[in-house]
Design a protein around this ligand. Sequence first.
Ligand code: ZN
Length: 185
Amino acid sequence: MAWKSQYYPTFMSHNPVIDSIAFARSGNRCQGTLQGDRLTRLDDSLVDRAGEVSYEVRGILWDDKPALELKIEGWLMVRCLRCLGPMRWPVQIGNRVRLARNDADLDAADEDGVDAIPASQELDVTELVEDELLLQWPIAPRHDVHGMTQCDADLPVGDDRAAHPFAALGRLSPRRGGTQQGNQD
Ligand SMILES: [Zn+2]
């Protein structure tokens, strides 16, 4: 197994953990990439484990209160509600969450209309990313391109779908959206 450490550095083998309030006050930042098969809490929601997301978590003071700024980008495979086939969800999330030390902080965030999460000295960054993905999950994902359904036979439902992660992207391109006169450049 010696070769493994060469290709899979140890920092990828455990979930990064931050002391959230200290992280925010010091303006710290951490970033990473999570493959679909690392997002274990999304198992029930993902069609398969293809896809990956990159994240950046920044500690900030938001109105003088410790908070985290999240950016998550990438793609994951969700289920199209129309044809039940796999569908690529282009993930692009930006959000801020205030860190609440107690119930009063949570109530205050509620009154201010901002998202809040419980502060923790051992906040699991992967879980933070998973929670945010679940919160922003598409409500009714469909293979729509410019209002036209792009389901059915042209979908890679077979076992080679993971080998062609960009096939779905091609279909989502507006340039090919439902016209036969698209540029072939
Ligand atoms: Zn569909």
